[in-house]
Design a protein around this ligand. Structure first.
Ligand SMILES: *[C@@H]1O[C@H](CO)[C@@H](O)[C@H](O)[C@H]1NC(C)=O
Ligand SMILES: *[C@@H]1O[C@H](CO)[C@@H](O)[C@H](O)[C@H]1NC(C)=O
Ligand SMILES: *[C@@H]1O[C@H](CO)[C@@H](O)[C@H](O)[C@H]1NC(C)=O
Ligand SMILES: *[C@@H]1O[C@H](CO)[C@@H](O)[C@H](O)[C@H]1NC(C)=O
Length: 405
């Protein structure tokens, strides 16, 4: 399926005064940004804050919230290694639901509403922070993301843990506990990386029985067990309004396998002559059962054009300002900075569209009531007019809000 991205211009037609119309300036308020750091990092780290500062530079007024499990940076770092991930996510959920500043920033960006409505934000997760943010979205009532960007995350778990730095005693402690004990209840509730450790049965190409039986976080949050949690699927499909952007580091030597950042399954098959040689078979997400049977809603998201697979040269977390800047410009900022509309080559629209009609001059007029709209525009739909000189010619596209069909 070939998709064409149309440049669009946004026009907000005069709305009746009865609707709570935001002033143009509030409508341009950027969404607040949640940032969840990775293993061994801390919420008050300078490098982390330079990411938030960059977002503020691009979109002045951005409220940045650094997710933390403890105000004290040392303890916050400790909790990236030790703790019960489900309990940690529960705490983060409670924290942001009660965060007045975050609500204020979110409502300002949405152009109205009150605390207790929908808390809409953008979110960036580094490494394990990426899958934890997704878990948060799936489990935290009332929370929604316009954009979720994950850098080098382990959405499909890790098959091995890389050795720790010589002096990293916390890391070594975690690793020592996991060794040969990863599936015990104690480790599954106390060692963070163990809770997204995942093994595969090479002969079936599916998750191993041990993992399904004992994984306390990942198997649950990825809906891999026989009984699926519909809430997870609903929250992911409905709670994610825009794009789910997944970056994989091409030369990642820390995350094994690196393709987990795209939900790919990697089978390590020992070769005949034994030893340490193994064949590496990568099964992309779209070929996997979890996608085809849509356990989690990833297929729905993909068909909506919401899944964005990106790669970046370099090893784990070797990010430069350029890539961050590009991603921020593309995916963050105010809600109404203009959305791309994807149209197939033959003119059919991708995704759910309520009505497509031919205009008088051959232009296509689309009524789309399914796209995300801020709460003050409930019951309104996009009317998108596409016109072009002739096929393949330059697009002209215009969108306006119209009250529901
Ligand atoms: C981990 O935390 C969750 C949520 O608080 C709780 O339901 C679960 O029992 C905890 N696991 C263990 C083994 O303590
Ligand atoms: C499904 O997930 C939701 C959100 O975390 C939770 O409240 C609910 O108990 C889960 N249902 C089952 C059957 O586990
Ligand atoms: C892998 O799956 C097969 C088929 O279900 C099973 O017979 C075998 O015991 C499994 N291997 C492991 C290591 O669990
Ligand atoms: C793994 O390797 C064996 C031979 O060493 C082969 O028969 C088998 O098909 C391979 N498994 C997969 C999933 O390719």
């Amino acid at each position: 399926m070939y998709l064409l991205a149309l440049p669009t211009t946004l026009t907000l037609l005069a709305l009746t005064t009865a609707t709570a119309l935001p002033s143009p300036s509030t409508a341009k308020t950027p969404l607040p940004l949640l940032i969840w750091h990775g293993l061994g990092d801390r919420h008050d780290a300078e490098g982390l804050h330079s990411v938030g500062d960059l977002a503020k530079e691009i979109y002045p007024g951005t409220h940045v919230h650094y997710i933390r499990l403890d105000e004290n940076g040392d303890n916050d770092r400790k909790e990236t290694f030790f703790g019960n991930v489900s309990e940690q996510i529960g705490r983060v959920c409670e924290g942001i639901q009660n965060d007045e500043e975050l609500w204020k920033a979110s409502l300002a960006a949405a152009g109205g509403g009150k605390k207790g409505d929908e808390l809409i934000v953008d979110a960036i997760g580094f490494s394990q922070g990426g899958q934890f943010l997704r878990g948060l979205l799936q489990r935290c009532e009332g929370l929604s993301f316009r954009t979720l960007i994950t850098f080098g995350s382990q959405h499909n778990g890790i098959a091995a843990i890389k050795a720790c730095g010589t002096w990293d005693l916390l890391c070594k402690g975690a690793l020592a506990l996991m060794k040969n004990n990863a599936w015990t209840e104690y480790v599954q509730s106390h060692v963070v990386p163990a809770q997204y450790y995942r093994t595969v049965n090479v002969s079936t190409g599916e998750a191993s029985g041990e993992y399904l039986a004992h994984s306390s976080f990942l198997a649950d949050v990825n809906n891999e067990r026989d009984v699926k949690n519909q809430t997870y699927k609903e929250r992911l499909v409905e709670g994610l309004k825009g794009k789910y952007v997944m970056y994989v580091f091409e030369e990642d030597t820390t995350v094994i396998p690196k393709e987990t950042g795209w939900f790919d399954e990697v089978l390590f098959n020992k070769t005949k002559d034994g030893d340490d040689d193994e064949e590496r078979i990568v099964v992309p997400l779209r070929e996997r059962r979890m996608y085809k049977e849509d356990w989690l809603g990833l297929k729905v998201l993909d068909e909506r054009g919401a899944l964005v697979f990106r790669s970046h040269p370099g090893d784990h977390m070797q990010l430069d300002e350029e890539v961050l800047k590009g991603a921020f410009e593309e995916f963050l900022g105010p809600l109404d900075k203009g959305e791309e509309v994807e149209v197939e080559e033959d003119g059919d629209l991708d995704g759910d569209v309520d009505e497509l009609v031919e205009g008088q001059n051959g232009e296509k007029v689309i009524f789309d009531c399914t796209r995300y709209r801020p709460s003050y525009l409930e019951g309104w739909c996009w009317e998108i007019t596409h016109a072009w000189e002739n096929w393949g010619g330059p697009w002209r596209s215009e969108r306006v809000w119209k009250q529901g069909l």
